[in-house]
Design a protein around this ligand. Structure first.
Ligand SMILES: NC(=O)C1=CN([C@@H]2O[C@H](COP(=O)(O)OP(=O)(O)OC[C@H]3O[C@@H](n4cnc5c(N)ncnc54)[C@H](OP(=O)(O)O)[C@@H]3O)[C@@H](O)[C@H]2O)C=CC1
Ligand SMILES: O=C(O)C1=N[C@H](C(=O)O)C[C@H](O)C1
Length: 276
């Protein structure tokens, strides 16, 4: 048993689909202490974060929309505090900057940050010598799919990505699909050299451009959670990689690893594969 003080954790987006899972996981982690549960949902204000997360006993941590006072509190604890963000593309950038300003380490699952925003946050974290983790997908299965896709890209010159999510998702394409396309683009080869001059009879018919000619197609339907296919094509064959999420619990080992790891960092790190 470590004699270290528990890691103080603030969850922002605590009332959401991912936030509730994180509250439950942190509450059950012996080396962590949930100190704050932040959410803007009006109907959730004052509700117990533990009961919202489905725990049998309340945590006596009420949902509040007051982030900065909670960051100030987390910053005064013996151990440096960690803020876990599962909110929305429109708010995540400011949340991260606020956390870093208070010396609280951000662990960010929220997707939709632009490359420019990530670069600005990296510069800010560097100046503050504060660890920050931005991870578009916390599941180990997706890391393995992306590694398999990079291996396949040595042998295939044609590839497209299909990402499929529930119909409550705000951003498209998914952050995971964008990251997957970026990893393939870093292979330094031109994919999908066109054979004919294509005409889109309906705008968007050929999907979005993920970089280096890699197209991403986004499906949104009730009944889905989170799924991604990377499909390689060559003469006479198709090679398909696919990852399916059946329960958001799959992300929690990665989230807990990131909370522990971010305390060892002094700058911004992007991607779960970088901390495994
Ligand atoms: N990295 C990963 O492995 C994963 C990442 N994600 C990403 O996480 C994010 C959240 O997903 P999900 O949980 O499904 O979304 P939800 O909409 O279920 O949850 C988001 C919650 O955050 C609240 N919220 C929004 N803005 C703020 C803010 N500024 N401060 C406090 N609370 C806020 C929302 O309240 P309100 O409803 O009032 O807006 C809502 O309760 C998305 O960007 C998604 O892409 C999802 C799964 C895995
Ligand atoms: O919104 C979701 O649900 C998910 N979003 C992340 C993304 O945009 O990549 C991760 C995962 O696909 C689930």
């Amino acid at each position: 048993m470590s004699n270290q003080s528990p890691i103080p954790v603030v969850v922002i987006g605590a009332g959401g689909k991912m936030g509730r899972e994180v509250v439950k996981a942190v509450a059950q982690a012996s080396d962590m202490n949930l100190v704050g549960a932040i959410d803007t949902s009006v109907e959730l204000q004052g509700k117990d974060a533990g009961e919202l997360a489905g725990l049998t006993e309340p945590l006596e941590i009420p949902i509040t929309n007051q982030l900065e006072p909670m960051l100030a509190f987390a910053a005064q604890e013996k151990q440096p505090g960690v803020m876990v963000d599962f909110t929305h593309p429109k708010s995540v950038y400011d949340n991260i900057r606020s956390a870093i300003a208070y010396g609280v380490r951000p662990v960010v699952g929220t997707t939709g940050l632009t490359q420019e925003q990530i670069s600005e946050l990296a510069e800010f974290a560097d100046k503050a010598s504060t660890g920050c983790l931005i991870i578009p997908n916390f599941s180990i299965g997706m890391v393995l799919l992306q590694q398999a896709a990079v291996t396949a890209s040595h042998y295939f010159d044609h590839v497209e990505i299909i990402e499929l999510h529930h119909n409550q998702k705000a951003d498209a394409p998914s952050g995971t699909a964008i990251q997957t396309a970026q990893l393939l683009a870093e292979m330094g080869k031109e994919f999908n050299t066109p054979l004919v001059e294509e005409t889109e009879k309906l705008p968007g018919a050929r999907g979005s451009q993920g970089g280096e000619g890699i197209r991403i197609h986004s499906v949104r339907l009730p009944g889905l959670i989170a799924h991604q296919e990377v499909i390689f094509g060559a003469a006479g064959q198709i090679y398909t990689l696919r990852h399916d999420t059946s329960d958001r619990a799959c992300y929690m080992p990665g989230v807990l690893l990131a909370i522990r790891k971010v305390l060892q960092l002094k700058s911004l790190v992007y991607g779960l594969e970088k901390i495994l």
